[in-house]
Design a protein around this ligand. Structure first.
Ligand code: NAG
Ligand code: NAG
Ligand code: NAG
Ligand code: NAG
Ligand code: NAG
Ligand code: NAG
Ligand code: NAG
Ligand code: NAG
Ligand code: NAG
Length: 357
């Protein structure tokens, strides 16, 4: 009786498999291929005939920046922070300057910070950016149109600048978006406590992710942009850190790797793979927005989706020794104990063992 049922189940599975194979032969997967006769939704700005040759965008002139700060990597820095910022995000830049981006020396190490922007066609916005640059001297504006689908170009320019100007003066590069909160002291401590200053690419690792075929998704990726079924493992683009030797390797690889519009998949996945660099996971680089206790932010490296006022509020709380003392002595400030939260974050962020091996 039992074995009959087993055979029946087995036959069903085999039949379904054969059916599936026949169906897929019948209807070849032409989604995303040019000339297939279907209406393929293109990635805005990256049509079939748009060149994806990286050198076309970054090598046309050697120093191509529109706005160039007076001091870029001319002082020895342990850590260079490059904040990838949108041209109109004045408030975010201001909040970062006033809060976590303010300190130039952390645990005795020099830290520098610059904002990397692309071009805007809005001349009044451009004028405001130039005033901002005159006032703060921390803006770099490169020669490409700033848009979501051009974020990859922004990162390649970042790698170019770091390779060209920072290789002898800087140890580490932190790439971060302008809607992030960064807890600088633990980041610098982690870097300082390493036994070497090379061979590092670290962030929140994402393993065996598949290209998203939903055309309404921000991360939509048709076959003509990426023909394989799985992305190489990569770290979330919201914030990642690398040693400067790795930045040079990734830049060299980028010059030979056709542009792919999703910045993190491209830089820390495709280029890293080509360069033979393995991205490492550290779950303290979080990219969720977490409306959590300040005691938690004391221990994380990064957190995502912060408005400028969230950045200011969280920083003020972290600087308040009364609050942080309370975190040390009374772990359960809110109903959720911070240890419990930390364990949960580490669990949620722990890459699925099977997927990451
Ligand atoms: C690229 O192809 C589109 C149609 O798919 C066409 O409208 C456009 O003019 C082409 N651009 C160039 C530069 O050939
Ligand atoms: C750019 O740099 C390369 C090598 O560093 C050099 O060969 C080339 O002449 C430079 N081009 C310009 C336009 O300065
Ligand atoms: C830090 O920067 C100062 C100049 O601002 C420089 O004199 C010093 O050597 C730097 N420290 C290190 C460790 O590079
Ligand atoms: C141009 O930028 C300014 C801010 O500098 C903004 O007020 C204005 O709405 C923008 N114009 C357009 C057409 O986006
Ligand atoms: C990206 O930048 C290039 C160079 O400025 C520009 O030609 C292109 O239109 C931009 N693409 C998008 C999607 O903004
Ligand atoms: C770093 O130093 C080496 C040797 O002194 C030199 O050849 C190279 O051009 C320097 N690189 C940068 C980016 O300054
Ligand atoms: C650095 O090396 C020391 C001694 O070899 C070791 O105890 C320590 O765990 C290492 N630190 C890291 C971050 O690997
Ligand atoms: C910290 O608490 C003490 C005593 O309760 C109080 O006097 C002090 O003003 C508080 N400091 C801040 C920054 O709130
Ligand atoms: C915390 O717990 C108390 C009692 O258990 C409850 O009344 C309160 O609503 C809880 N607060 C939050 C923020 O969950």
């Amino acid at each position: 009786m039992k074995s009959k049922r087993k055979i029946f189940l087995y036959m069903t599975v085999v039949f379904m498999f054969v059916f599936y194979v026949l169906m897929s032969l019948q209807m070849p997967n032409t989604e995303g291929e040019p000339n297939s006769g279907h209406n393929i939704v293109i990635v805005e700005g990256w049509d079939f005939n748009t060149t994806r040759d990286t050198t076309h965008y970054v090598l046309n002139t050697n120093l191509s920046a529109h706005i160039w700060p007076e001091h870029f990597c001319d002082l020895n820095s342990f850590l260079l922070v490059m904040v990838c910022s949108g041209p109109a995000n004045f408030e975010a830049r201001s909040a970062i300057r006033d809060t976590w981006g303010h300190e130039r020396i952390i645990l005795g190490n020099n830290v520098s910070l610059f904002f990397l922007l692309g071009e805007t066609t809005n001349s009044s916005l451009q004028y405001d950016i130039m005033l901002e640059s005159d006032r703060f001297g921390d803006i770099i504006q490169e020669r490409f149109i700033d848009s979501y689908n051009n974020l990859t170009l922004k990162s390649v320019f970042m790698l170019k600048l770091v390779s060209s100007y920072c290789a002898n003066s800087t140890k580490y590069l932190l790439k971060i978006d302008d809607d992030m909160f960064v807890n600088m002291i633990p980041v610098v401590r982690m870097l300082r406590d390493r036994n070497s200053t090379t061979d590092l690419l670290m962030g929140k690792l994402i393993c065996r992710a598949r290209p998203i075929k939903d055309t309404t998704s921000k991360w939509y990726s048709p076959r003509y942009m990426y023909p394989h079924h799985v992305y190489p493992n990569y770290v979330s683009g919201t914030g990642y850190v690398m040693s400067v030797d790795v930045a040079e390797k990734l830049y060299k690889a980028a010059l030979k790797t056709p542009i792919f519009h999703l910045e993190d998949v491209y830089t820390t996945g495709l280029c890293a793979k080509r360069a033979g660099v393995r991205p490492k996971n550290n779950p303290l680089f979080t990219y969720q927005s977490m409306n959590y206790d300040v005691c938690l932010y004391m221990r994380l490296y990064t957190a995502h989706r912060f408005t400028p006022s969230d950045i200011r509020k969280t920083y003020t709380l972290l600087k308040d020794s009364n609050v942080t003392r309370e975190c040390t002595y009374h772990r359960g400030r809110s109903n959720l104990s911070v240890n419990w939260l930390m364990n949960n974050i580490l669990k949620v962020n722990k890459p699925n063992k099977n997927k990451c091996e």
